[in-house]
Every structure is written in C-alpha cells, then in structure tokens.
Design a protein around this ligand. Sequence first.
Ligand SMILES: Nc1ncnc2c1ncn2[C@@H]1O[C@H](COP(=O)(O)OP(=O)(O)OP(=O)(O)O)[C@@H](O)[C@H]1O
Length: 272
Amino acid sequence: MRIEIEDLHIAYAGRTVVAGARLVAAEGEITGLVGPNGSGKSTLLRTVYRHLRPIAGRVLLDGTDIRAMAPARSARHVAALPQERGDDFELTVREVVAMGRTPYKRAFSGEDATDRDIVSRALADVGMGDHAGRRFTALSGGERQRVLLARAFAQNPDVLVLDEPTNHLDVRHQVELLSLLREQRRTTLVSLHDLNAAASVCDRLHVLHDGTVVASGSPREVLTPALMAEVFGVRAAVVDHPLTGDPLIAFDHRTAVGPGPADAVEKTRTGA
Ligand SMILES: Nc1ncnc2c1ncn2[C@@H]1O[C@H](COP(=O)(O)OP(=O)(O)OP(=O)(O)O)[C@@H](O)[C@H]1O
C-alpha cells in the first residue's frame, strides 16, 4: 500500500507544529523522516497512525482518506511503533505482542492457533522468543522496544509506521532491526535521528524543518553538506562508505555552524 500525505497541518492546543507537510511513502519502500528535534516528525507520524487528528490536510492509504475508514480497518493496514513506549503495561511480553491481533478479533473472542503462531513468529523475528513469559515492565529499554516492534509485526500490516525504532538499541540490534525492515519489503515510514542509518536503509528521505518538508529524494540527493549546515547546523562531509558504498556522513563534532536549529526556531517565532 502507498501512503500520501497531502498538505497536512497539525496543532497542539492552537499551536501549529506541522504546517503544510506533503510526502509520499511508496509501496514496499522504506521512507525515512529526518529532521532536528522538535521539527514535527513524531507529530506527523502520530497523524498517520491516527493518534492525532489534523486541523487540515489528509493522509491517504492507496487513495482513501484514513479518517474515512473504521478504526479496526485502518489498524489492519497500519501498525505503529510509537514514541510512547507503554511503560504502564502490567502484562507479559507475550500478552503485549498479542495486542497486535486485536484488530482481527471480535469482542471477547480469544486467541486461536493462528494468532499464537503469528505472535510466536513476531517474537522470534525480534529475537525475544525466549522472553515471552517475562513482565514487560521488567525489560530493559531496548528489549521493550523490540517487543513493541513484535506487536506491530503481529498486526500483520501493509504499512509500518515507526518512530525512532533504533532508540535504546545497541549497535548489533540496530543493524538487525534495520535489515529486518529491509527484508520485509512492507511500506515503511520511519523517523530516524541517525542519519547514517537513514542513508543506508531508506529508499527515500524527507527532511522536516519547522513543520514543513524542506527536502525529498534519495539519501544521496538529500544528505548534502549544505543541508546538514542549513537544517541541522553542523559541519559534515559526505563520503562513500568503505564497506557498503552508501553515503557516509562524517560529522565535525568540534564545530557547529551558524545559529543552530533551536536558534533558528526562536528567530522565526520572534520574527527576527
Ligand atoms: N503532546 C504535545 N503537546 C504539545 N506540544 C507538543 C506535544 N508533542 C509535541 N509537541 C511540540 O510539537 C513540536 C514538534 O514535536 P515533535 O515531537 O513532533 O518533534 P520531533 O521532530 O519528533 O522531535 P524529536 O526529534 O525531539 O523527537 C515541538 O515543538 C514539541 O514541543
């Protein structure tokens, strides 16, 4: 399935934080959303998985406005790994992953053998098969992350919406998760802070800045030294990765350039 985001405006308590965002996540591709802190990535993703209602604009799923679909129907198509990581689940790991089957269930109907198989496979896919009986709240941040990803897989969605899925993961688990996403070939819309991970895993990237998409294209087209300076306020060179040939962004961790993103936002607000 394909996602189209059309002229989306989203506000919290009257303050607009996404203003006219447009992008397409093509069928079977990994589409990345990158941008500085506070640029609106999570807010935009929350609208795609229907946690937030936009004040204007639409999210289309193969041409149909998701808000015109019954919630259970859109939940069979779109699964999310939200930034809110369910700290309050007094459930076992297996029970958390089984929540992914809810859109397929009638009220009060229990788990059947198919559900159990899907849940077991999802747990195995994220390497948490041996932890099924543990309490979710007793897991580490990275383990919780993987369980919530398994919950999204168990939903068997056409579209995955992932907000910072590599957050909390050690480098090995980051690599495993990103290669799992590539193998699955589902339509995936993912926010990532790690621009080098984004460059290697995403087919296309969209850069959000102050709530609008300021650049779109392949990682090589988008992640230029000029964009790194303008949007992220850092100096960087872009070279070829010696092992993979992907664009590799070498940051200058010693010197920021010009006003940083926070100052830029402040300037916009004050009209300076
Ligand atoms: N629940 C909320 N209520 C009010 N304002 C919010 C809420 N969530 C986010 N915001 C504000 O909306 C703006 C965009 O936030 P958002 O979390 O979408 O950005 P982000 O790009 O995902 O940031 P980060 O990289 O820090 O995760 C920020 O100014 C933030 O303070």
